[in-house]
Design a protein around this ligand. Structure first.
Ligand code: SF4
Ligand code: SF4
Length: 369
C-alpha cells in the first residue's frame, strides 16, 4: 500500500482535498444519474464487499483513495461483516461528499429497524443515501403482511434513508420490483456476458426512471479485461457499475478509467466476442437464479469452478474453505430444482458433477491450472 498517501491524508484538511479533487477537477468524467433519485456520480461505483477481507487500515486507505480520485458512490451491506465500519471510518468528516448505499436482509420489521440502526452507527452517519432490500425472495410491497416496505417508508419519512432500492438475483422479483413503481433503484448482476434477460431489465429500468446498479461487472472473476468490462457498461445510460476491489492495483485500474474512460472499439469488441464465444453453451453465469439449494450447495460458484480456477486467482478456491464448499456437491439430492430454474437451460446437477470431478483432479495435481 502507498502509505505516504495516508500520511498526506492525515496532514491536510478534508476541504483542501475537496478543492483539489472535488468540484475543481481537471478532467471530464463519465457521469451517471440513478433514475429519479437524482444521484449523479462518476460511472465507477465502489463495491465494498471485498474490503471485508482486508484490514481496517487497508480498507480505509482504499476507500479514501477512491474518493480522492473522484469515486462518489459506495455500496455496502449489513451482511458484509465489518465493511460498513470500514466505510464509516473512511468518510468520517466528509460524509456529505459521498453517497452511501447499504442493504438489509431483514425478514421482518423488528430486524429492519435493528439493521438500520446498526448500519447508521457503523457508518457514523444519521442517514443512508440509498437503503436496499438485500436479495429478498419476494418483492416487498405495502400491505403484503411483512411490514417491510412500510418500515422503509417510515425510515424515509424520518430522514434516516433518502431513497429505497432493491437488489436481486432473480429475474421475476426484479421485474416485479420495476413494475411496482415502488423502488428507485435496482441492483442486479450485469456484465458483457449477460444475456437478453438482463438487457431487458436495463431497458425496463430506463422506462420506469429507475437507476440500475450493475453488480458483478467482472462476472465474479470470469472477466479479466476490465477495460472491456468498463466500455460495455459505459454504453448504457443510467447504469452504474460497482466494482468490487480489495487490492490497490485493482482499484488503480478503475481509477485510471475516470480520466481515460475506455470506449468500445474494434479491439475491445473482439475481446468481448472472444469471451462470449469461449463462455458460451454449457457455462454457468453465476447469476444464482437457481438458488437456494436444499443441499446448501453454492451453485453460482461451484457450477463454474473449472472456469474460475483457470480465469481468476485459484488459491482461494483451492483453500480448505473452498474445498468444503465443493465437497457439498457430494450431497446433491438430484431434486433438479436448480435445473428447472436455470434460465440458460443448463443441466445444473450434471454441470456441478463435471466441475467437481475437474476440481478434484486439479487439487490432486493431475491437472495444472
Ligand atoms: S439438484 Fe442438487 S444442486 Fe440442484 S437444487 Fe437439488 S440438491 Fe441442489
Ligand atoms: S446454474 Fe444457471 S441459474 Fe444457476 S447460477 Fe448457473 S447460470 Fe445461474
Amino acid at each position: 500500500m502507498e502509505r505516504v498517501f495516508l500520511a498526506l491524508w492525515g496532514a491536510s484538511s478534508y476541504n483542501e482535498h475537496r478543492e483539489y479533487f472535488g468540484k475543481n477537477r481537471r478532467f471530464p468524467m463519465d457521469m451517471v444519474t440513478l433514475g429519479r433519485t437524482g444521484i449523479t456520480v462518476n460511472k465507477n461505483g465502489f463495491g465494498a464487499l471485498p474490503i471485508q477481507r482486508i484490514s481496517q487500515e487497508d480498507a480505509v486507505f482504499l476507500a479514501r483513495k477512491a474518493y480522492r480520485a473522484g469515486i462518489r458512490f459506495f455500496d455496502t451491506a449489513r451482511a458484509y461483516t465489518d465493511s460498513e465500519v470500514k466505510l464509516g471510518e473512511a468518510f468520517d468528516g466528509i460524509r456529505s461528499e459521498v453517497y452511501i448505499a447499504t442493504k438489509t436482509a431483514a425478514q421482518n420489521v423488528e430486524e429492519f429497524w435493528k439493521d438500520l440502526h446498526t448500519s447508521l452507527n457503523n457508518l457514523r452517519t444519521d442517514y443512508v443515501d440509498l437503503y436496499q432490500f438485500h436479495n429478498p425472495s419476494f418483492c416487498p410491497k405495502p400491505c403484503d403482511g411483512s411490514g417491510l416496505y412500510e418500515a422503509a417508508l417510515e425510515a424515509k419519512g424520518k430522514g434516516m434513508i433518502r431513497h429505497i432500492g432493491i437488489t436481486n438475483h432473480r429475474l421475476s422479483v426484479a421485474k416485479e420490483a420495476i413494475e411496482s413503481g415502488l423502488y428507485e433503484t435496482l441492483q442486479f448482476p450485469f456484465s458483457y456476458i449477460s444475456g437478453e434477460q438482463e438487457l431487458e431489465l436495463v431497458q425496463l429500468c430506463k422506462e420506469h426512471e429507475m437507476g440500475f446498479i450493475a453488480m458483478k461487472g467482472l462476472s465474479g472473476g470470469l472477466i479479466t479485461n476490465s477495460a472491456a468490462a468498463y466500455a460495455f457498461e459505459a454504453q448504457f445510460e443510467g447504469v452504474l457499475p460497482i466494482w468490487g476491489v480489495q487490492r490497490e492495483k485493482e482499484l488503480d485500474e478503475f481509477l485510471s478509467y475516470i480520466d481515460n474512460p475506455p470506449r468500445m472499439d474494434a479491439e475491445l469488441s473482439a475481446v468481448i466476442a472472444h469471451d462470449r464465444e469461449e463462455l458460451c453453451g454449457e457455462f454457468c453465469r453465476g447469476c444464482g437464479y437457481c438458488m437456494p439449494c436444499p443441499a446448501g450447495i453454492e451453485i453460482n460458484n461451484c457450477a463454474r469452478m473449472s472456469l474460475l480456477l483457470r480465469r481468476s486467482p485459484s488459491a482461494e478456491h483451492l483453500s480448505p474453505a473452498g474445498q468444503a464448499k465443493m465437497k457439498k456437491i457430494e450431497g446433491c439430492l438430484h431434486c433438479n430444482q436448480c435445473k428447472a430454474k436455470c434460465p440458460y437451460g443448463l443441466d445444473t446437477p450434471a454441470l456441478l458433477a463435471r466441475n467437481y470431478e475437474d476440481y478434484k483432479r486439479v487439487l490432486a495435481g493431475e491437472v495444472k491450472v
